[in-house]
Design a protein around this ligand. Structure first.
Ligand code: ADP
Ligand code: ADP
Ligand code: MG
Length: 499
């Protein structure tokens, strides 16, 4: 590929920054890393050609500091900025300020990002196209009274969702009108502190749905294709843990309808670059549009292993104005892929974040394994950023083979120093319902431990974060003493993974 992009600033950290740099190196593109003070020795900095400091660890002062990042991009003379996921990746104001400096933003244009990135706006567009949607409000509710009326109209249980939300944050299930007021206030305040936007809307809360999403690629010349689906129903607190492709429930007809709906949305919004259209499917196999993620998705490697297409490479080609190198008929799907997100968290203690130093890390050499990692031995894990440490992705010619390989990988993966969810992933992979492919987004709360998966009030999470920092400093894990502690038996069998 002859790209006009010769140098890219990667406005992110952790595994995704490392992964983007890898493709850049393959393409002979120079990379510029940015980092907070505590990340100065991180793998994402070490693997880049140049690096610049952003300042204090808090995301607001570092990875979310749009102005500073644009200044560094100018100073370093980059042609483009890749935002990764999270942080500024879905911030249309950031895109505008990047483009203002004649720097290419590797992602959709400002208009399409505004239309599709904000959830109520995307719902309005989907609704105008006649795409099936979860019943609920098309606009954010104006106040509590308005919300109660909307909830009554939709029928309980309902889900309060942040219009600007993401990463499973700012979401509350409300089962009766009596629970509405408290949850409405909590959702508003969570949304406001996580996304700087307290607008909340209402959806019918579907029982035991499956989360299935479609990866799309669209160029600036009117060509758009899909790269199939990913099933992401294994979740905790509405955030994904294990993803796989193909989905075990999609039949050809449903797949055709969902990919068609996704491409319609892309065309109607003028969307370009890589994006993901998310759906949920109910127990009667009805599909509903959920939201669109206007960025590279965490679980994109699952699709890369099945299609042999490097999505980051395509993102760069599209951003530099090239015509999509593939027509739909060129896309061939092979075998099965599974991803486990390895998080620094205590699965026996309400999935509270775990912090500390990675004292030992060793990944097994197993054929068919891809690892996208953001850590190394000696890395410090803090609560400043997302608890995702590394992603393990296996491929197999059949689902069974991919899962067997993953089981083998997890059994031999050595990660000491912080508590993590490797044991949980193993437990899931060997669970008969997962093996049979009959699971939904409520799998963990039904099969694992409902109590551990209750929505945790944000103030408790905050206390946990402070306690975790404290325990890192003192070497004491105080988190173990709170009321959510459970003595689940399976976890004790693999103590070596628990730090
Ligand atoms: P994906 O949607 O790619 O499967 P997640 O939902 O797990 O991934 O989100 C990935 C990361 O991006 C998390 O750190 C999450 O907190 C962050 N994130 C996602 N959406 C937003 C958003 N709208 N604003 C801020 N951060 C977000
Ligand atoms: P986020 O922006 O945080 O990713 P999503 O709208 O994609 O938010 O929803 C995240 C998850 O929350 C879904 O995968 C699903 O498990 C759950 N969820 C979202 N909306 C509903 C709903 N209406 N009914 C049931 N579960 C839902
Ligand atoms: Mg989502």
């Amino acid at each position: 590929m002859k790209s006009k992009i010769k140098k890219i600033l990667i406005a992110n950290r952790g595994e995704i920054a490392v992964r983007i740099a890898r493709t850049c190196h393959e393409l002979g593109i120079k990379t510029v890393a940015v980092h907070s003070d505590i990340d100065s020795g991180s793998p994402h900095v070490k693997c880049s050609d140049e690096s610049y400091s952003l300042g204090a660890p808090k995301a607001g002062e570092s990875y979310l500091n749009a102005q500073k990042i644009v200044e560094i991009a100018k100073k370093a003379g980059v042609d483009a900025i890749h935002p990764g996921y999270g942080f500024l990746s879905e911030n249309a104001g950031f895109v505008a300020s990047v483009e203002n400096e004649n720097i290419i933003f590797i992602g959709p244009g400002v208009d399409a990002m505004r239309k599709m990135g904000e959830k109520t706006s995307a719902r309005r567009l989907a609704s105008s196209l006649g795409i099936p949607m979860v019943p609920g409000s098309l606009d954010a509710v104006k106040n509590e009274k308005d919300g109660l009326i909307a909830a009554e109209a939709v029928g309980y249980p309902v889900l309060l969702k942040a219009a600007g939300g993401g990463g499973g944050k700012g979401m509350r299930v409300v089962r009766t009108p009596h629970e509405f007021t408290d949850n409405y206030r909590i959702a508003q305040s969570e949304a406001s502190s996580a996304f700087g936007d307290d607008r909340v809307y209402i959806e019918k809360y579907l029982q035991n749905p499956r989360h299935v999403e479609i990866q799309i690629l669209a160029d600036n010349h009117g060509n758009a294709i899909h790269l199939g689906e990913r099933e992401c129903s294994i979740q905790r607190r509405h955030q994904k843990i294990i993803e796989e492709s193909p989905s075990t429930i999609l039949n050809e007809e449903l797949r055709r309808l969902m990919t068609q709906a996704s491409l319609e949305l892309i065309r109607a919004s003028g969307y370009t670059n890589a994006g993901t259209v998310e759906f949920i499917i109910d127990e009667e196999m009805n599909y509903y549009f959920l939201e669109m993620n206007t960025r590279l998705q965490v679980e994109h490697p699952v699709t890369e292993l099945r299609t042999n297409i490097d999505i980051v490479r395509e993102q760069i080609a599209i951003a530099s104005g090239e015509v999509l190198g593939y027509a739909q008929k060129d896309i061939a799907f092979q075998g099965h892929a599974v991803e486990c997100r390895i998080y620094a968290e205590d699965t026996t203690n309400s999935f509270m974040p775990s912090t500390g130093q990675i004292t030992h890390l060793s990944s097994p050499k197993i054929h068919g394994l891809r690892e996208d990692s953001g850590i190394e031995t000696g890395s410090m894990v803090t609560t400043y950023y997302d608890p995702l440490l590394t992603k393990l992705i296996t491929w197999g010619s059949t689902r069974r083979e991919a899962i067997e390989r993953m089981t083998d990988v997890l059994n031999h993966y050595e990660l000491f120093g912080v508590r993590n969810n490797i044991d949980l992933c193993l437990w899931i992979l060997t669970h008969v319902k997962f093996r049979d492919g009959v699971y939904s987004t409520t799998f963990l709360e039904r099969e694992f431990d409902k109590k551990l998966l209750e929505e945790i009030p944000s103030d408790l999470l905050e206390i946990a974060a402070i306690t975790a920092v404290h325990s890192t400093l003192t070497g004491n894990n105080l988190l173990h003493k709170n009321k959510y502690t459970s003595g689940s038996g399976w976890i004790s069998q693999r103590k070596e993974h628990m730090g």
